[in-house]
Write a protein that binds this ligand. Structure first.
Ligand code: 5AD
Ligand code: SF4
Length: 477
């Protein structure tokens, strides 16, 4: 079989996966492969998957099984082809791989379920992907690279000019994700992440800084530091070594990088967030005014069952402190409804605290039992109906809160970073010269503004003139 060259990655799930897909593209480009634009255009298709909720998995199983139609029954071997009966079959073979969290969760069982998948790889093994593809190209099938460990940091060091090797492919030329840690040690009882991404390891501070400098030299203006729990970052690597507040020290170092304009980070865990962090948000000029702080539930009984390590009172106190220290800072959150045994009263507590706090954004999820996670042993006893109703109730509440927040912004002048071209925006901005760009405020609100594309990658002031579908619209001032 000739070497297959064009690779297409379909990404599911969180920002970690988005960044991992960029790394996989980069590793493949280094080996001479090129990114493809679609399934049809690709010789190698890799699904980078998420296992956090069953719904996400179902989408992957569905879409992966559809790919069977693209897979040639190796033309020479296929009896239908030999007999000239396979007119509608593709005239080339493709390689199909499943990477990411489902790779780790299901391993070789993926092949039992979907025979046409050629290789499986876990999130800690993405550096093996070029070698896996080579093996499949040379005739091997059903190979699996899934390790128990978290991502090995020495593999990154082993890549010559590591920042360069890891950034040959980037989705956006203005804003980039930068991993600061992999894995998680928290074991929230509903969560599969510590089992599929392994224990937490932090990338050494020097590595992170080198990578950001490399990006800034190539025009990047904003970085988002990524970790499952950035607040437990340890500049020396393993979670048990190193000092307190290493994350704040990292923010201080990143803030000193000249040419970098903005710094974002996610996710913060309420049990590790503290006043030092809020002071850094308030005091470091490049750090954006946005904190993603997942609450999960407003009921102390449920928080305990979730093994979250804080109470609703503690959470409220964090928000109060933060609003005192950094009054401009937006707060967003994650909520799970329908955790095992959640009563209407428990749910009421979640509703109340969301109402009181008035988040700038909230991702609201229906509880989904996950294999490996501790709560899998509990009975999933909240009916689908109740989950749906509670979910909708919070979505409505959140939409109302966001409308109230956003309407208050109209007339404000905000400093924004131009990110990418935008589609024609709402009527309020329509005019003869139609060019618009998407930009982001310090508080992480998206804004569509009438602006020349040369402002992509630039910081400029915009007067907010209106709101449509929760997107701000504005004009340059
Ligand atoms: N069911 C529903 N939501 C979940 N999350 C994590 N695990 C589950 C689960 N089993 C949500 C949490 C987390 C976000 C990334 O996904 O809210 O913060
Ligand atoms: Fe999962 Fe909790 Fe770790 Fe977040 S902090 S990845 S919810 S175990």
């Amino acid at each position: 079989m000739d070497k297959l060259k064009r690779v297409y990655i379909k990404t599911f799930g969180c920002q970690m996966n988005e960044r991992d897909s960029e790394i996989i593209y980069s590793l493949m480009i280094r080996k001479g492969y090129v990114p493809a634009q679609s399934y049809e255009d690709a010789d190698i298709i890799i699904f980078n998957t998420c296992a956090v909720r069953k719904h996400a998995e179902d989408r992957v199983w569905g879409k992966l099984s559809e790919l069977k139609r693209l897979k040639v029954k190796e033309s020479s071997k296929c009896p239908a082809n030999k007999a000239g009966l396979a007119q509608d079959m593709p005239d080339r073979d493709i390689i199909i791989g499943l990477a990411g969290c489902m790779g780790k969760a299901y391993g070789k069982d993926v092949f039992k379920r979907l025979e046409h998948v050629d290789f499986v790889c876990g999130p800690s093994n993405i550096y093996d992907i070029p070698a896996l593809v080579e093996k499949v190209s040379s005739g091997k099938r059903h190979i699996c690279s899934v390790s128990k460990e978290s991502r090995p940091l020495d593999r990154e060091k082993g890549l010559k000019g590591s920042a360069e090797s890891l950034y040959l492919y980037r989705e956006n030329n203005v804003s980039s994700f930068v991993n600061i840690s992999y894995g998680c040690n928290n074991f929230c009882s509903y969560c599969i992440v510590p089992y599929v991404r392994g224990r937490e390891v932090s990338r050494p501070r020097g590595c992170v800084i080198e990578e950001i400098k490399y990006l800034v030299d190539r025009g990047i203006k904003e970085v988002t530091l990524l970790g499952q729990n950035v607040n437990s970052y340890k500049s020396s690597g393993r979670a048990l070594l190193g000092g307190k507040n290493d994350f704040v020290k990292l923010l201080q170092s990143v803030n000193r990088i000249s040419g970098l304009e903005r710094i974002r980070f996610m996710t913060s865990h309420p049990k590790d967030a503290n006043l030092e962090l809020f002071k850094a948000i308030a005091g470091l000029d490049k750090v954006c005014q946005h904190l993603h702080l997942p609450l999960q539930s407003g009921s102390d009984r449920i928080l305990k069952l979730m093994n979250r390590g804080y109470s609703s009172k503690h959470y409220q106190k964090l928000v109060d402190d933060m609003r005192k220290i950094a009054p401009e800072c937006a707060i967003t959150t994650d909520i799970i409804v329908g955790f095992p045994s959640e009563t209407e009263e428990d749910f009421g507590h979640t509703r109340d605290i969301m109402d009181r706090i008035g988040f700038d954004g909230a991702f609201i999820f229906k509880y989904s039992p996950r294999p490996f996670a501790e709560s899998f042993k509990m009975q999933d006893d909240v009916s689908e109906d109740a989950k749906r109703r509670r979910n909708q109730d919070l979505l409505n509440l959140q939409a109302r809160k966001m409308r109230e927040n956003i309407v208050g912004f109209i007339g404000n002048v905000e400093s924004v970073l131009g990110l990418s071209p935008a589609k024609r925006p709402p009527d309020s901005l329509a005019c003869a010269q139609d060019y618009y760009i998407k930009a982001r405020t310090m508080k992480n609100y998206q804004i569509v503004c009438k602006a020349d594309k040369s402002l992509i990658g630039k910081i400029f002031d915009v007067k907010i003139t209106g709101v449509q579908d929760n997107t701000l619209v504005g004009n340059i001032v």
